[in-house]
Ligand binder design. Structure first.
Ligand code: UDP
Length: 362
């Protein structure tokens, strides 16, 4: 069976690394990877393919740095051409980016089945481009692979029980990746000796809802600067979008800024930090995998089970709440002995479902 995987952004490379390793174990599956080009810098793309040994994409559409409409439109066009040529049995997409919705839409219009990994997640904030992408992708997918029980519950509430699709709770492929690559990262990464800090908080900040707003950015930048100066050093691998927006808003992050890091470095930063502060979806869960408390600089999160279990707090873009929560979470000893995201076998659950379904068709 031929599967086309469409990826384009950093978190998708990490998720694809886990699943592509599983596909490779099955001779009856041929995976063809299409990179839309959404993330293209060496440290936002190539490093992941190299370190995580993700198969090289057969196609790179090189579509990036455009408005949402132009980017998504061109991606649909490019992916459609690939689909017409390759004639796959299934198209697989991850998460919630423009590459996700473009892949799903191109396939659906050609009557090719769609599998969505990370289905059912909701932030309930329709202003976020990610929320629009994930809702639309879910609706046109045949296979909805859900990482959590709350994702299943969301789909049930939206009436998916009456829609012709398969909803499967698989656990989270990011946990598969974290478990597998954490065994290799210590040997390969030198980031901890390079930053030379005994104790530090790890931060990332890149979501459009924060970076696009000068008001939100000012609060968060001032909060992080104060935490760095008075509470605990902050190490922040800076996303290219954030760098550009800081300049635009005339703001300065006075923390330990480093360029975006590869996954091995990220895993070592996660293992060695005392706290995570982020607006990333993926990093909130990775904090949990490595038993670190997390302060989330957003108004909502899709990963509600982390909030329910008190290992993560939402602080929005409120400077004082960010500082107070960082202080609290640095002190708090949490119970991480709970299974929220499966047992690191999400990829094999996904592949087994696809194979079982395919055998029914043949
Ligand atoms: N990540 C990384 N290097 C960095 C920043 C993030 O490897 O400098 C990883 C991070 O560990 C996680 C993924 O990228 O696995 C998250 O991606 P991002 O925050 O860009 O997107 P989101 O998860 O918010 O969709």
């Amino acid at each position: 069976m031929k599967i086309i995987t469409v990826i384009g952004a950093r978190p998708q490379f990490i998720k694809a690394a886990a699943l592509s390793r599983e596909f490779a174990k099955h001779k009856e599956i041929q995976e063809v990877i299409v990179h839309t080009g959404q993330h293209f810098d060496a440290n936002m793309s190539d490093v992941f393919f190299d370190e995580m040994e993700i198969p090289k994409p057969t196609y790179n559409l090189e579509i990036n740095s455009l408005s949402h409409g132009a980017m998504t439109g061109r991606m649909i066009e490019g992916i459609e051409e690939v689909l017409l040529k390759e004639k796959p049995d299934l198209l697989l997409v991850y998460g919630d980016t423009n590459s996700t919705i473009a892949g799903a839409l191109a396939a659906k219009k050609l009557h090719i089945k769609v599998a969505h990994v990370e289905a059912g997640l909701r932030s309930f904030n329709m202003e976020m481009p990610e929320e629009v992408n994930r809702i639309l992708t879910d609706r046109i997918s045949e296979f909805l692979f859900c990482p959590t029980q709350s994702a299943i519950d969301n789909l049930e509430k939206e009436g998916y029980n009456n829609i012709d699709c398969e909803i499967i709770r698989t656990g989270d492929v990011m946990q598969d990746a974290a478990l597998f690559y954490a065994q290799k990262s210590e040997e390969k990464s030198t980031v901890i000796s390079e930053i030379g800090l005994e104790k530090f908080a790890l931060a990332t900040l890149h979501r459009a809802e924060n970076t696009d707003s000068k008001e939100r950015m000012t609060q968060l930048v001032n909060g992080l600067n104060e935490i760095h100066e008075t509470i605990c050093p902050v190490v922040l691998p800076i996303h290219p979008r954030t760098k550009a927006k800081l300049e635009l808003h005339g703001l300065e992050l006075k923390v330990k800024l480093i360029p975006p890091v590869g996954y091995f470095d990220m895993l070592e930063l996660l293992k060695n930090c005392s706290l995570v502060m982020t607006d990333s979806g993926g990093l909130q869960k990775e904090a949990f995998f490595f038993q670190k408390n997390c302060v989330t600089m957003r108004d909502q999160t899709e990963w509600v089970e982390l909030i329910d279990n008190k290992v993560n707090v939402l602080v929005g873009a409120d400077k004082n709440l960010l500082i107070d929560s960082a202080k609290e979470m640095l002190k708090q000893s949490s119970d991480f002995n709970i299974n929220l995201y499966g047992n690191g076998k999400a990829s094999s659950a996904i592949v087994n479902t696809i194979l079982a379904e395919n055998s029914k068709i043949i």
